[in-house]
Design a binder for this molecule. Sequence first.
Ligand SMILES: *Cc1c(COP(=O)(O)O)cnc(C)c1O
Length: 382
Amino acid sequence: MCADFSRVRRFLDERDPPTPCLVVDTGVVAARAAGFRAAFPGALIRYAVKANPAPPVLNALVAAGIGFDVAGPAELARCLERGADPVDLAYGNPIKKPRDIAYAHECGVREFTSDAVDDVDNLARYAPGAAVSIRVVLDAPDSVTPFGRKFGCEPAEALDLVLHAAGVGLRPGIAFHVGSQQPDLAAWEIGIATAAKLFAEAAAQGVPMTRLNLGGGFATAHRTDVPALDAYAATIESALDTHFPDGRPELLLEPGRVLVADAGLLRTEVVLVARRGERRWVYLDVGRYNGLAEAENEAITYRVEPVEPHDGPAGPVVLAGPTCDGDDVLYQRTPYELPLSLRAGDRLDLPGTGAYTASYASVEFNGIEPLRTYCLGRWGDA
Ligand SMILES: *Cc1c(COP(=O)(O)O)cnc(C)c1O
């Protein structure tokens, strides 16, 4: 699906809000949600709130019948405030305090993810009888922003944990997450194969499982193309056919960025252009601490487009943020070109920035406020 920023650009032209700012079209969020549901009929969809927790975004998703993957009590409370039904919430963070488990259970949440025995024991105690998906780490290609070894247990440990969870009265299933921004479809094939093996082994030991959580990771296009949603769906479909020939489990999906990235566009202003040795440095009023955290390691390479027309040639630049921090450099290895006539005060648009931008901004590093978000469209507030 091609991204449509026409309403966002109209708003920016008419209102000319101070920069930097993110503008999100909630109509696009709703359309993305509908497209995602259509690609995975029958699956339970739990939007990963951390990607963009703006209330209008959550309102659009509640209206679209999407549930939520929450990482803790604050996200949980926000979803309930927006009118989400607790049965449509999954507490997907394996790292949680006992009191947060108890709070979630008290609110009616019955679906959790875990990857450690102490956490499973806490769930048995504070969320008795709940469904718990045991997260398994995959031997699969890294994504653009991988989780490394922070989450998930090895398959052999996962089996022990499944049996343990059943033993303490929980309802076990399996979860994996292929890493965020994962363009390699083979990762899901490996995940589903790994999960199917665990389903069979657990069943052989008298613990039949019914739920498989395929996580998130569906990529969005920035400077390079990524597979279409249909390609992800086709790979998942065929892997389920291959590895669950006798009937497939109930599926949960936790898309984050794919539902919101292309609904947002960030506008920034050039603060300074400076020549340093051979290179031309362009300093923006947005950087890694007020919205572009995912430029860390130059992992996510956003499109950067001049707003004002510039005649004449373009040339290479280093792009950096506005703060006094040496790490606040966006791109110095990735080749970027901007017009040679670019000056302080000119503006640039970064389309496709609706995910993991505003939610990642610091509160006042160097006195800079969090990234301002304007939400447009039917569920908007601007
Ligand atoms: C962040 C996260 C997601 C969403 O990942 P995307 O790559 O944005 O789709 C899903 N599930 C869990 C457990 C997460 O932590």
